[in-house]
Design a protein around this ligand. Structure first.
Ligand code: HPA
Ligand code: ZN
Length: 321
């Protein structure tokens, strides 16, 4: 049932789909030396103790992405996985600052990703949107600069998001750039309540006016927040395997996804950074189903939630509901 049902993916960092094999071939193509000798050695390095220990390796891996073709190949490989997993719609994040800060121009990144998404629509029948994320460990000014240089591409993105090191970087640090994004007609989402406290989810809602919360698993620590999220039908894009790999929960049987659903929250299942966390979207569904004993009706509800929580226009959304 999981594998065959059509689904939407709403929390996916395209840089996090970089498989070790592609990392090696791009390193060779671009004559970059990697600190690993083999694909196996890369995979062995993927042991994380928290979000930061992952981010250090993830940003290092992204250095092999240099040309428009590299970003095309990365995105195309993900779309082929989508086809396999019956993902019919995807809303992908990209982190421009990871690339512009090392001299790769914004347009190289965006055009490579977008060309693959356009081909994915035509050749694979997969619809998609792009969400530009600001790195929260960098300054508010740096986010504003990125927003300025990205202006020529705003029409071709659906929204902006916020990711990277959460603790110590609350959402309100980015109120100004999110205000500007909304004025430009972009929708807003933000990572909040992954490692950070429930207060950061309030910050994302009140200051950044987000439509969705990415992760948000710590919302259960605040009963009035849960009530607000339920009443306002704010979706939470949960990433089960990511949460285990980054030690947010010690094992899947302890994940709070089922409790979140039982409280009436609009939860979706997503893969986050599948190459680093050991699985794409169907793997996440299977792992959550096994670990938490989810029945078929719950799986079906999660699939429906993925379309309801998406930025698809209603005419397209209704095709799947
Ligand atoms: N959290 C924060 N930043 C990220 C993540 C995540 O799960 N993945 C890629 N960047
Ligand atoms: Zn994420």
């Amino acid at each position: 049932m999981i594998d065959s049902l059509p689904k939407a993916e709403l929390h996916l960092h395209i840089e996090g789909t970089l498989e070790p094999e592609l990392m090696f071939s791009l390193a060779e193509r671009n004559q970059i030396s990697l600190p690993y000798k083999s694909v196996d050695e890369v995979k062995k390095a993927y042991q994380f103790s928290n979000l930061q220990s992952f981010l250090d390796i993830y940003y290092a891996g992204a250095q092999v992405l240099q040309t428009e073709q590299d970003f095309y190949d990365l995105t195309w490989a993900y779309l082929e996985r989508c086809k396999k997993d019956n993902v019919v719609h995807t809303e992908i994040f990209f982190d421009p600052q990871t690339h512009t800060d090392r001299g790769v121009q914004f347009g190289i990144v965006f055009e490579g990703i977008d060309a693959a998404l356009q081909d994915g629509r035509k050749q694979l029948g997969i619809s998609s949107h792009i969400i530009m994320c600001f790195l929260r460990h960098l300054s508010a000014e740096a986010a504003l600069d990125t927003f300025e240089i990205s202006k020529p591409w705003h029409q071709r993105m659906v929204g902006v998001g916020l990711d990277s090191s959460e603790l110590g970087h609350p959402p309100e640090k980015f109120t100004e750039v999110f205000d500007k994004a909304r004025q430009a007609g972009l929708k807003t989402v933000a990572h909040a309540g992954e490692e950070g406290p429930a207060d950061y989810i309030w910050g994302a809602l009140n200051e950044l006016k987000v439509f969705r919360v990415d992760h948000g698993v710590r919302c259960l620590e605040d009963e009035s927040l849960v009530q607000y999220l339920v009443e306002n039908k704010i979706p939470l894009t949960v990433c089960p395997l990511s949460n285990i790999k980054l030690c947010v929960f010690s094992r899947m049987s302890e994940h709070n996804l089922k409790q979140m659903l039982d409280k009436g929250l609009c939860v979706t299942v997503n893969s986050d950074d599948p190459s680093y966390f050991g699985g794409y979207i169907n793997d996440n569904f299977h792992a959550a189903q096994q670990g938490l004993g989810l029945d078929n009706q719950t799986i079906y509800q999660l699939m429906r939630n993925s379309f309801n929580a998406s930025f698809l226009e209603d005419v397209h959304r209704s095709e799947y509901l």
